[in-house]
Design a binder for this molecule. Structure first.
Ligand code: FAD
Length: 233
């Protein structure tokens, strides 16, 4: 894996995710793509991923924060965490990120939907052992949650880094799916004599926004909170 000095590789210079039999969308394939630029834009805008994997107790899907640098996503956790132990042992994983952009209200229950952008990545994680990459991955994850945060907080010291497991997933096999637009109502519900024609239908946009920061009790009053623009993605 390469760690480039500049994480801002232009998105339009990216190619495609690796398409495989298991990443082929069957339902609404026209909403799907393997476009890396779209995948990276979604990964960079969201901040929670759901990581699925098989365990001896059955399938598990665990939510977690993450960070992306170039063609790698990083997740971190306690060395004692089951997710880190299982994935660190090489168990295949499914890494899913979803942005819900709107609720799609149709004139029938059947055609209700959501507008969304989602990414599914498949693969096996690599345990990050190199101290330099581990420190970098730690910064990538913190900065993904709050832009520029790693530069203003105490970096993790060796003991904290040792207690933290960091996994890297190369972004290779995966898929993107995007739904936009109004509901696709059934013709019968749009007919002039349909009692449901006058039912309100449309899209209720949803957005994830940062509200006013609440300072911890010991923050001196003269210290300004982070600008809300740092949370805008
Ligand atoms: C917010 C939200 C709400 C949804 N609600 C529903 C719902 O109520 N009912 C429903 O059936 N579907 C829903 N979907 C769509 C759902 O995620 C699947 O796309 C859908 O089940 C189609 O499955 P399939 O049989 O075509 O593909 P599958 O056989 O399930 O998947 C094959 C491959 O397609 C790719 N893939 C599948 N879904 C996605 C995705 N969303 N994003 C990126 N790659 C994907 C993966 O690589 C996967 O390995 C929703 C999606 C989102 C994001």
């Amino acid at each position: 894996m390469s760690i480039s000095a500049d994480p801002t590789v232009p998105l339009d210079a990216l190619g495609q995710l690796t398409a495989t039999e298991r990443t082929a969308l069957r339902r609404h394939p026209e909403r799907g793509s393997f476009d890396r630029a779209t995948a990276y834009a979604i990964l960079d805008e969201a901040f929670v991923a759901h990581v699925g994997f098989a365990t001896e107790q059955g399938p598990m899907v665990i939510p977690t924060v993450y960070g992306r640098r170039d063609d790698t996503v990083y997740v971190h956790g306690s060395q004692a965490s089951r997710m880190m132990q299982v994935l660190g042992a090489g168990v295949p994983l499914c890494f899913t990120v979803t942005l819900v952009d709107g609720l799609v209200l149709a004139r029938s229950a059947f055609y209700h939907s959501a507008n969304y952008r989602s990414v599914v990545l498949l693969g096996c994680a690599r345990v990050v052992t190199d101290p330099t990459e581990k420190a970098l991955a730690s910064r990538v994850i913190v900065d993904h949650v709050v832009r520029g945060r790693s530069a203003e907080v105490r970096p993790p010291h060796d003991k904290e880094l040792r207690a933290t497991a960091i996994l890297a997933l190369e972004i290779a096999e995966g898929s993107v799916k995007v739904r936009t637009g109004p509901p696709g109502d059934a013709p019968e519900d749009l007919a002039p004599d349909s009692p449901y024609r006058a039912t309100w239908a449309g899209v209720v946009p949803l957005a994830s926004v940062a509200a006013t920061p609440v300072p911890e009790a010991q923050v001196p009053p003269e210290v300004a909170p982070p600008s809300l623009s740092r949370f805008v993605r």
